[in-house]
Design a binder for this molecule. Structure first.
Ligand SMILES: Cc1cc2nc3c(=O)[nH]c(=O)nc-3n(C[C@H](O)[C@H](O)[C@H](O)COP(=O)(O)O)c2cc1C
Length: 195
């Protein structure tokens, strides 16, 4: 293991919101999923369930839902980015089209509920998602973690359409070869202390 390489993968990963038409190779996709499955999880519940959306029919079904997410998220984004209308346009455009991503992974909780208080379940699923983003990036595949459906209430519809017998929808990840890689947003000060 080489820490320089690992740090490079961590630091050079970006949220990619625009993809080329090139498909993601099966082998690379398998490795991305494998990376997710090897994340740590509270009580070793491995509380995740991933639906990998690739066919045109399933992507269309998802994009229809995302049209609504984009529309419903717009007022919230306008409020959040009052001085940056371009950002609002970019994010709503991305939510509507998913940036032409050839693959989208939907992350659900495996079960409706777990015998554990607190938020170990979403934390564990977040760890799996981050593992997948890093594995993808290490193989030249861009990604973006999307939490917006839960903010607009579309999470219920995604659950009903794609995994009605599993637990709630948590987030989705777009995957594909980047058409455009944005610059790194500045990392903010005051986020740690050594004691
Ligand atoms: C929990 C979570 C939810 C996110 N939801 C969205 C989203 O709905 N739409 C989007 O465009 N980006 C989303 N992002 C990506 C962030 O905007 C992005 O990570 C952040 O701006 C830092 O940029 P970077 O990933 O290139 O370092 C999300 C990221 C996380 C971790």
């Amino acid at each position: 293991m080489n820490i320089e390489e690992i740090m490079d993968v961590i630091k050079s990963r970006r949220s990619v919101r625009s993809y080329t038409d090139a498909p993601v190779e099966e082998e690379k996709l398998s490795r991305i999923i494998e990376a997710g499955l090897f994340a740590p999880s509270g009580v070793n519940f491995q509380p995740w369930y991933f639906v990998v959306v690739r066919t045109p029919e399933n992507k269309d079904k998802l994009l229809q839902i995302m049209q609504g997410v984009s529309k419903d998220a717009e007022p919230m984004l306008q409020d959040r980015f009052q001085k940056h209308p371009q950002t609002v346009r970019e994010v709503t455009g991305f939510l509507k089209t998913l940036g032409n991503a050839p693959v989208v992974i939907l992350a659900f909780q495996l079960k409706d509920s777990y015998p554990k208080e607190g938020d170990v379940i979403p934390q564990s699923i977040g760890a799996a998602i981050q593992n997948m983003l890093l594995a993808a990036h290490a193989m030249g595949i861009g990604s973006c973690w999307i939490g917006a459906p839960s903010e607009t209430g579309a999470d219920k519809r995604i659950h009903e359409e794609f995994a009605p017998d599993k637990g709630p929808f948590m987030a989705m990840i777009t995957l594909g070869y980047p058409a455009k890689v944005p610059p790194a947003p500045k990392r903010k000060e005051g986020r740690f202390v050594l004691i």
